[in-house]
Design a protein around this ligand. Structure first.
Ligand SMILES: NC(=O)c1ccc[n+]([C@@H]2O[C@H](COP(=O)([O-])OP(=O)(O)OC[C@H]3O[C@@H](n4cnc5c(N)ncnc54)[C@H](OP(=O)(O)O)[C@@H]3O)[C@@H](O)[C@H]2O)c1
Length: 324
């Protein structure tokens, strides 16, 4: 079968389209014929040996896939050949066929195209895990999202709105705030350039934010902790700014507040059943037209290096998906 193969850890431009042996089905697993592979910034890191997981060479990148079950191993009730599915596989997705642990497989409704399903796991999975499991978001609460025009931020806006929250987006340009508003954010704050604590307080009638979904870290985080409401929750999602903030703990004591780590990939590994239920819910919302992920830009498998190069140069708006 054809696969994009990483043979050396010197970046996505050196991926090669190769013939590799087909996987053999194993107990507890299914083989998925891949139709689409969602791309993420982490796929560029893994081809440079800079990701938190370092697979043995040679390997194929590609963390999230959608396709059709081709065959089912022993001890896998409930799945059969021909079913449309999606899965988060961490790496190894950029192949015509992938062996997938059956616990990672989620059924895709007819109304959801492969290219959309393939791009949901990481961003929407993180938003579901962060906002629901870690943040215990309740309808009517206010959620501040940093990096609101990025992939993680856009999904957080979608899910927070779907769950009945009021969303305040934080982004670094007017254009990005417009993108956040188009996704459904109720209000926006330009940062850098604005006093985050005072502005969030002012926009919440002095109450503060119930949840901060922080994708950026750096200088935004401490003023946003200061802007938390009583019993507010800061969700630590990422450090896109590159700087890991240090927060004085007295701020938490004074507000009865919490800081919660959001490590979605580890949560999926430890509790695949909860992740599967989350993704079923997201897919259901997409199928019944109440959640509208942006339409992805598609690439052929042979163009995967080019697509990952765009991600690496941060020249991307919306989701990139390789189709097979
Ligand atoms: N915890 C988890 O399980 C999990 C899961 C998925 C992603 N993440 C993390 O979440 C973060 C955001 O991911 P993403 O997919 O949304 O990334 P993205 O699409 O590249 O967006 C990142 C946003 O961060 C902001 N930013 C601030 N300083 C930046 C800098 N120096 N370089 C690049 N961006 C900068 C930008 O918004 P402004 O210009 O508006 O500030 C940008 O829109 C990443 O750190 C990622 O690793 C974590």
């Amino acid at each position: 079968m054809r696969a994009m193969v990483c043979k050396r850890l010197d970046g996505p431009e050196h991926l090669e389209l190769r013939d590799v042996p087909e996987p053999v089905v194993a107990a507890g697993h299914v083989i998925v014929r891949v139709k689409a592979v969602g791309l993420n910034f982490a796929d560029t890191l893994i081809t440079r040996g800079k990701y938190q997981f370092k697979p043995e060479l040679p390997f194929s990148p590609g963390a999230e896939i959608a396709g059709v079950i081709e065959c089912v191993g022993a001890g896998v009730p409930g799945w059969s050949a021909g079913q449309r599915v999606m899965a988060y596989v961490n790496w190894g997705g950029a192949c015509e066929k992938v062996l997938v642990d059956a616990r990672a497989v989620v059924a895709v409704p007819d109304a959801v195209p492969d290219v959309v399903a393939a791009g949901l796991s990481v961003t929407y999975g993180t938003a579901m895990h962060g906002l629901i499991e870690r943040g215990r978001l309740a309808a009517g609460e206010t959620v501040v999202v940093t990096g609101a025009a990025g992939g993680a931020g856009q999904a957080a806006i979608d899910i927070a709105k779907r769950l009945g929250a009021r969303v305040i987006a934080v982004a670094s340009s007017r254009e990005k705030l417009e993108a956040a508003a188009a996704r459904g954010a109720d209000d926006g704050i330009l940062f850098p350039g604005t006093d985050l604590k005072e502005t969030v307080k002012a926009k919440t009638g002095g109450n503060g934010a119930d949840i901060v979904y922080d994708c950026v870290g750096g200088e935004a985080t401490e003023p946003l902790v200061r802007a938390l409401a009583w019993r507010g929750r800061l969700l630590v999602v990422g450090f896109a700014a590159g700087e890991i903030p240090k927060i004085p703990l007295n701020l938490l004591l004074l507000k009865g507040a919490e800081i919660s780590g959001v490590f979605w990939g580890e949560a999926v590994k430890r509790d695949p059943a909860t992740h599967a239920r989350s993704m079923e819910q997201v897919l259901g919302w997409v199928a019944n037209d109440t959640l509208h992920p942006s339409q992805p830009t598609t690439f052929a498998m042979a163009q995967m290096s080019e697509a990952l190069g765009l991600l690496e140069r941060r020249a991307v708006h919306g989701k990139l998906v390789v189709t097979l």
